[in-house]
Design a protein around this ligand. Sequence first.
Ligand code: MN
Length: 191
Amino acid sequence: MKFELPKLSYDLDDLSPIISRQTLEFHHGKHHQAYVNNLNNLIKGTKFENADLETIIKEADGGIFNNGAQVWNHTFYFETFSKNPKAEPTGKLAEAIERDFESFAKFKETFAQAAATIFGSGWAWLVKNASGELEIIKESNAGNPLRNGLTPILTCDVWEHAYYLDYQNRRPDYLDSFWKLVDWDIVEKRY
Ligand code: MN
């Protein structure tokens, strides 16, 4: 299976100034593209040559896992944003957030705290577990919750390449701004 870089559903200037055109040009156009290219090269002649991404994430190791998971993670991350996002969840996801985190405000605080304290590169995730409960987890490097049987609902990329051009070392400022781009209409569909 040859993988391709998914197109963004918004223009490169649409997320500015929270995520600038320059960041998207590098993050989507260079980094995400590189993971796609690396994956296509690495799977040639292996048992993963015709596998889908979910299978690669669950079963592969080393470079094939790293690049496959990074392709999936970035697609999921970029899909979360829109130019005119719905600012808060409603319906069943809103109820589950209140049930498991007390309030939407408390959820955002806990998620941002998790994202801020990932040492080095990684991803903060909101996931649904097998019992239907929501959890916040931290993953290093290319980590992806599918590998542990969890359902991803929301993620935030805290690799420096996600924010360094716009926020330099100020990861907490990037995390504060992140919420302004999250489209809960999209996130709700994953729950
Ligand atoms: Mn990234």
